[in-house]
Design a protein around this ligand. Structure first.
Ligand code: AMP
Ligand code: MG
Length: 419
């Protein structure tokens, strides 16, 4: 482990990458599956591969409103006249006789009868006395035909296990005639906040107190994941109260998410307690915001729950969630996950950055001269929750990186879909 040595007894200092590796190494996986109607499967994680039981589409069909014909019936030069034998509509195939050299009026989605191989759009032709007039050179063999199985052939993989189902996937499953899917059960994630200064919404704000905002932001973040959240409220900075809540959480949850109480300034009882109840590592991250982090396992009655102790500062707790917890929850929940995608944008203004830590600054994406840009949301203090509320991206300034000049390219993590 390449952790730098801190003061005696101090938490090891880890880079974001080191901490991510530690968090992701040896995560458990949920084992129970459940069968769900696709109506209730959005966002859930497939436990089995889905193989297409049918060809989609099931028949060759027209991609245009027009006329179906056999390309070989067309003359090489000059227009061709073809008698129109009838009409095929979507869902109403043509079953009449189709003598050689005839064509068919056909609508989008209508089945192409055997023998015909091309569709000419109605705009490209005219009909005179029941005969279609096709100008020379207006048809390429096979044009405007959707072939049987071209979307998904029978027996082909349609969706892989580990896939988090999106709207298009539900449509795809429906196109296969599949009413249900087998998914992993949702993770149970218990969330509570710690701090004597915290008050709940509706309570009087006593002197020196603040409303507990982290719990609500974290519960919101969890709503975008295949998770059943358990809201355990607020816990005072009191070892007995904390122990009771932690053990209760370990008894019912797969993962415990706390905020506050993990920085090195905290009373030692929190650390001592966590150390006694399980195996928890405290670290100091070379990261801003979000320096303190605790993670490990809490055991109770033969059950183990994974614990993430997030920093108390509101922006820090959200950023730490995005950087460490989100992928971990997806992975435990059976999803094929990776870290959020980083894109490039040009810095609209200067950005102060100290080499030797990873910084996540709150930014707003834009566009100038055809290039993506990002500007900061203003004050970047880790308690300025407003900056997170305004931002549509995090500017990711990497460990070794220094100050950024206007016009420099920087990495950005778009927040759409993450918050
Ligand atoms: P801590 O990590 O407990 O030392 O807290 C760091 C800072 O975050 C302090 O200013 C706390 O008051 C604040 N804080 C801790 N928990 C919360 C919370 N749940 N909601 C809002 N602010 C919090
Ligand atoms: Mg605290």
């Amino acid at each position: 482990m390449a952790a730098a040595a801190g003061a005696p007894g101090a938490a090891p200092v880890l880079t974001v990458e080191q901490a991510r590796q530690r968090v992701m190494a040896g995560l458990p996986r949920v084992q129970e599956r459940e069968r769900l109607s696709i109506r209730h499967a959005l966002g859930r994680v497939l436990a089995d591969d889905v193989v297409s039981p049918i060809d989609v589409p099931a028949h060759d069909n027209s991609a245009m409103d027009g006329y179906a014909l056999r390309a070989a019936d067309l003359a090489g030069s000059g227009p061709t006249q073809l008698p129109v034998a009838g009409t095929a509509l979507a869902g109403q195939p043509f079953h009449g006789s189709l003598p050689a050299g005839h064509c068919l009026r056909i609508m989008t989605g209508a089945m192409l009868p055997p023998g015909l191989d091309s569709v000419v759009p109605q705009e490209a032709v005219s009909v005179v006395d029941g005969r279609l007039v096709v100008p020379a050179g207006s048809v390429q063999a096979g044009q405007h035909v959707r072939l049987r199985g071209e979307d998904l052939a029978r027996g082909r993989p349609a969706l892989p296990s580990g896939r988090r189902l999106r709207s298009a996937d539900l449509g795809l499953l429906a196109s296969l005639g599949q009413a249900e899917v087998v998914v992993w059960r949702p993770l149970r994630v218990a969330v509570f906040s710690t701090g004597d200064e915290l008050r709940g919404i509706g309570q009087p704000l006593d002197e020196g107190c603040i409303y507990d905002s982290n719990r609500h932001a974290l519960l919101g973040l969890l709503q975008g994941l295949p998770v059943e959240a358990l809201d355990l409220g607020m816990v005072r900075d009191d070892p007995a109260a904390l122990e009771a809540v932690l053990l209760g959480a370990a008894a019912q949850a797969d993962v415990i998410l706390t905020s506050g109480g993990v920085s090195s300034g905290e009373a030692d009882h929190t650390r001592a307690l966590l150390a006694r109840l399980g195996q928890v590592t405290f670290c100091s991250l070379a990261m801003r915001p979000g320096r303190p982090l605790a993670f490990g396992r809490i055991a109770h009655h033969g059950r183990e729950a994974l614990l993430f102790g997030l920093p108390g500062n509101p922006v820090a707790s959200m950023v730490a969630f995005l950087v460490f917890v989100r992928d971990a929850l997806l992975t435990i929940g059976g999803a094929t996950a990776g870290p959020p995608v980083l894109l490039k944008a040009r810095a609209s203004g200067p950005m102060r950055k100290r080499p030797g830590r990873t910084e996540y600054q709150r930014g707003l994406l834009g566009c100038a001269d055809g290039e993506p840009t990002v500007r900061l949301t203003g004050s970047q203090g880790s308690g300025i929750l407003h900056s997170m509320s305004q931002a549509d991206a995090l500017v990711v300034l990497h460990h070794e990186q220094g100050d950024v000049a206007p016009g420099d390219w920087v990495d950005v993590m778009p927040l759409q879909g993450l918050l």
